[in-house]
Design a protein around this ligand. Structure first.
Ligand code: ZN
Length: 390
């Protein structure tokens, strides 16, 4: 289908961006953004770099059609998490073995970016008439909260006319309709210090921290949503700090909670549930203080209807390219789809060539056939939207 861009060009471009580390933290995406920009420029596609903060670069590119039509937003993140240990290949060499490309960011999600770009370049080279607009955002900062990436661009007005969006997160060519939400909560338990030889004179914050951990682990959730890969909400203690010295009764214990949410849950419901856990503990010991603070960066849960035009068009395109009915579902983790949906009010589908099960792991890889299939799916989708002007 993509007769205007060869398979070799797509594969080599994917490898080039994998070989350009854009590790977050620290989140410097300058070099990778330059490569994307130059790739677009070579084909005379209007593109620019938009810096969220120093070094945190986003790339925005635009293909404008020759008539009125809908605006499709394509989104993918160029930052990757650090490689970590246990690799058996160089994480930044994009080695090919058994028709797979290995490296950090292969699945999550530089292959998705490459296939979106390849489809855009293919469309541009074909010179085919085209209605509406395709707006592409390769964003930074996704792995640390999106403040300088997708959220930044949306607040600057990019994508304000978009009718729908696709985020090329790894879905293994499945069409995913949303993601669970996330809140991080900092909790400080404050007691009273004393000499450990006279513990009765103090209030041991670690002991109350431990009681709180136990109470948190026993929270039961009534609601489920079977559309999600993991249908229940969850509440986990992920960090704990307490104590300063062997012989001091600790006056402070800090916890961090990770709370995954399904649609219907909000900041208010999450806070109320926590208060219900904390109140009995405070009644037990009047001199303990427990401060609860929700972090400002958050992702709200969302789930699109299967009836959304972008969902149906994408499902039709996957079927056309692969000859198979694509599975649907919704992600357990968070994506920029949350920000596009809640901040940008844009229905955002998740679809990409990578394998979600390999994200953030050693020896991450992506199947070359999936990259080529995803490129064909995006090309088919452009066609489909072109023949259905808005
Ligand atoms: Zn990702």
């Amino acid at each position: 289908m993509t007769t205007h861009i060869t398979q070799d060009e797509i594969i080599e471009f994917t490898r080039e961006i994998i070989r350009t580390p854009s590790i977050n933290p620290p989140g410097d995406t300058r070099q990778c953004a330059e490569i994307l920009l130059n790739k677009f420029k070579k084909d005379h596609i209007d593109a620019e770099i938009v810096e969220g903060r120093s070094g945190a670069c986003n790339v925005v590119a635009r293909l404008k059609g020759d008539g009125e039509g809908r605006s499709l937003l394509l989104n993918g993140h160029i930052d990757v998490v650090p490689p970590g240990e246990d690799w058996t290949v160089d994480p930044f060499w994009a080695e090919i073995k058994d028709h797979k490309i290995y490296g950090r960011g292969t699945s999550d999600m530089k292959s998705g970016i490459a296939s979106m770009m390849a489809a855009m370049i293919g469309l541009k080279r074909s010179g085919a008439p085209f209605h509406g607009e395709i707006l592409f955002m390769a964003v930074c900062d996704e792995e640390t909260g999106s403040e300088y990436g997708t959220a930044y661009l949306l607040k600057k007005g990019f994508g304000k006319n978009a009718d729908f969006a696709i985020v090329a997160e790894p879905t293994g060519l499945r069409v995913e309709l949303g993601n669970r939400g996330l809140r991080w909560v900092d909790i400080t338990v404050k007691g009273k210090a004393s000499h450990a030889g006279r513990p009765h004179l103090g209030i041991n914050a670690i002991v109350y921290g431990a009681k709180l951990v136990e109470a948190i682990q026993s929270v039961k959730f009534k609601d489920r949503n079977e559309a999600f890969e993991i249908p229940e909400p969850s509440l986990s203690v992920t960090v704990i700090h307490g104590g300063t010295k062997e012989n001091i009764i600790p006056d402070r214990c800090d916890l961090v909670l990770d709370r995954r949410m399904i649609p219907g849950e909000t900041t208010e419901t999450v806070m109320k549930e926590l208060q219900e856990v904390i109140t009995p503990l405070l009644q037990e010991e009047k001199n303990v203080r427990i401060d609860v603070k929700m972090r400002p960066n958050y992702w709200d849960p969302y789930l699109l209807s299967e009836e959304e035009p972008i969902v149906q068009a994408l499902v039709d395109s996957v079927r056309e390219v692969t000859g198979k009915e694509p599975g649907t579902g919704a992600k357990a983790g968070c994506t920029d789809g949350s920000h596009l949906f809640h901040l940008g009010r844009i229905p955002a589908v998740l679809f990409g060539p990578g394998n979600a099960g390999l994200s953030h792991k050693a020896d991450e890889w992506v199947a070359i056939d999936n990259i080529l299939a995803a490129t064909d799916v995006f090309s088919s989708l452009f066609n489909r939207l072109q023949i259905q002007p808005g």
